[in-house]
Design a protein around this ligand. Structure first.
Ligand SMILES: C[S@@+](CC[C@H](N)C(=O)[O-])C[C@H]1O[C@@H](n2cnc3c(N)ncnc32)[C@H](O)[C@@H]1O
Length: 221
């Protein structure tokens, strides 16, 4: 089965021998790929909507995988022995809400892999405050779009504002995707600044500070 570069990249963050719940599985293509490519993996594919879950079930049957399917909100569908949560392809706010609503379900969870479409800083901070630290992260480019993938593992580590904003590991590695992505964001912010009316002082200052911060980050070693 062929899957996107994005889903394949997410699969690289999941370990053999793990018990995984994929929250918002949609088509369950990630889960099918994991079933076929990881050793000794147990999977729950979960979604809030019946339509996607029916499609997931069809795909799971088609590829003959042993994957449990569960309908429900966020991680309310988690089971006792699940040690790894994957939440991909949703806004950072939704990911935060999902984890916040059922914090009590995280007791046995050792790993959280997320790929938030927005609110990267807020999502990093929220999961870090839950008692998880960032063990790996990556920005990938797939079909001219950029995606962030972060793996959190249980444990405490304090991060600076800058690390929460740009990612502690991404900052160390400064990959070519990171540089390309933030050059594009910088360009966008410069264009936006030209359109903000002179009297919108706070907006202009915020925008200028963001531009300054990105420039500094791109320049620093
Ligand atoms: C854009 S798809 C992403 C699918 C897949 N995770 C991926 O990355 O390709 C988002 C999926 O999340 C589901 N979803 C949205 N909010 C959810 C929630 N609170 N709990 C469970 N699933 C949710 C949607 O029904 C949809 O199938």
């Amino acid at each position: 089965m062929k899957i996107s570069k994005r889903l394949k990249a997410i699969s690289n963050f999941i370990e053999d021998n793990s018990n995984v719940i994929d929250v918002g599985c949609d088509h369950a293509l990630l889960d099918i790929y994991l079933f076929n490519n990881k050793k000794n993996i147990k999977l729950i594919a979960s979604d809030i909507k019946e339509g996607p879950l029916e499609q997931a079930q069809k795909n799971i049957k088609k590829y003959g995988c042993n994957i449990k399917v569960k309908l429900g909100y966020g991680i309310s569908t988690i089971e006792e022995d699940i040690d790894t949560i994957v939440i991909a392809g949703m806004g950072g706010d939704t990911i935060v809400d999902i984890l916040d609503e059922d914090k009590d379900k995280l007791n046995n969870v050792k790993t959280i892999v997320i790929s938030p479409q927005s609110e990267w800083k807020k999502t990093r901070k929220f999961i870090n405050d839950l008692g998880f630290y960032i063990s790996s992260e990556q920005i990938i480019e797939d079909n001219n779009k950029f995606y962030l993938i972060i793996k959190f593992v249980k444990g405490n580590k304090k991060y600076s504002n800058k690390e929460l904003e740009y990612g502690p590991i991404l900052l160390q590695q400064k990959s070519k995707e990171f540089i390309k992505y933030y050059n594009i964001v910088l360009e966008e912010k410069i264009n936006i600044l030209k359109k903000i009316p002179i009297l919108k002082i706070k907006k202009r200052i915020d925008n200028k500070n963001q531009i300054k911060s990105i420039r500094k980050t791109l320049k620093s070693e």
